[in-house]
Design a protein around this ligand. Structure first.
Ligand code: SF4
Length: 321
């Protein structure tokens, strides 16, 4: 039995293990294995230099629950269709990898079909393979910091090494690899967009996060990204994810100055606000991951209303359509 599985607050709600009544429920059940990472990413509540409250990741709390308590509600959530994906966040801590592998095998006993994503530090390709062999559908290898200037300073690890693992994994398991980028860590919009394009060229699915300062981390006093910056990056990322080209995007002094969208279908989707919905693996809507309830979402966990879509386009300060 796996005794300690971190379960995100929203996932507890979906599984009926708390009484919260959020406006939007997560469609992906998120679990965290391990605590107190051996690495020291300066933005992360689990990093070595962090004094954040225990059981935190981003601004989300992850109370610990045993597999015995989780198994039945998870099986029911999957059967009802409310849980449409499972994602395991594996912290680089002793025992976390074997626990995550054991959890995947348990989930596979419940359902052979539920998509399972696993998010691990991109340290080795063979380790990614272990998770896929155990039954994961996809592996997430977060680069996080989209700047060669800042990556090592913020993550304490090599930018090139992370990309080497991502590249190799994408060649070995095409269509089964994801990455994360966090906007607002000091990178320029151009650096971010070029990293997203590079990942897309490798066939890697990109999930975009907005930096969220977490109390107790070395970056607790750094501000979240400006909403205009984030909206422009979302627009560029969406175009690239839908087959657009870097040539459509013009930069001035590191900022996205213009995006030309020659494809009418894509333009219609953008005017509907699709670019501003949560990105990444399908059904990973991550409500309240980067913002408090009541705030304008950085990533909308559901389709936008026409007014929300108009507002997001205005916030981008770009002339689209
Ligand atoms: S996009 Fe969502 S489901 Fe996919 S690896 Fe990232 S957090 Fe997990």
């Amino acid at each position: 039995m796996i005794e300690k599985i971190g379960v995100s607050y929203g996932t507890l709600t979906v599984l009926g293990l708390n009484n919260a009544k959020p406006l939007v429920r997560p469609a992906t059940a998120h679990f965290m294995l391990g605590e107190n990472c051996i690495y020291s990413c300066k933005f992360c509540a689990q990093g070595r230099g962090s004094h954040s409250a225990p059981h935190m990741l981003s601004r989300v709390t992850w109370p610990q629950v045993s597999w015995d308590r989780l198994a039945m509600p998870l099986a029911q959530g999957i059967a009802s269709g409310e849980v449409r994906r499972v994602c395991l966040q594996v912290v680089e801590a002793p025992g976390a990898v074997p626990a995550a592998l054991a959890l995947i095998r348990q989930i596979r006993k419940i359902s052979g079909r539920i998509p399972i994503s696993v998010c691990i530090t991109p340290t080795s390709v063979s380790r990614a393979g272990l998770f896929l062999e155990a039954g994961a559908s996809r592996v997430g290898l977060p680069v996080d910091v989209a700047s060669v200037r800042l990556h090592e300073q913020i993550k304490g690890r090599s930018f090139q090494d992370a990309w080497a693992v991502l590249r190799k994994a994408s060649q070995l398991w095409p269509g089964r690899v994801s990455t994360h980028f966090i906007a607002g860590l000091g990178e320029t919009e151009e650096e971010m967009v070029r990293c997203i394009a590079k990942a897309r060229d490798l066939g890697v699915t990109v999930a975009l996060f907005a930096f969220t300062p977490v109390k107790g981390t070395p970056m607790e006093d750094v501000l979240a990204p400006d909403i205009g910056v984030y909206r422009r990056i979302q627009l560029a990322a969406y175009c690239l994810s839908r087959g657009g080209s870097l040539d459509w995007i013009e930069f001035e002094a590191g900022r996205i100055a213009r995006i030309s969208i020659p494809n009418p279908e894509l333009l219609r989707e953008i005017l509907e606000g699709r670019a501003f919905e949560t990105s990444g693996c399908s059904d990973c809507n991550r409500p309240y991951y980067n913002e408090r309830p009541g705030q304008v979402p950085m990533n909308y966990p559901r389709p936008l209303t026409a007014e929300e879509a108009r507002n997001c386009l205005l916030e981008s300060q770009l002339s689209i359509g």
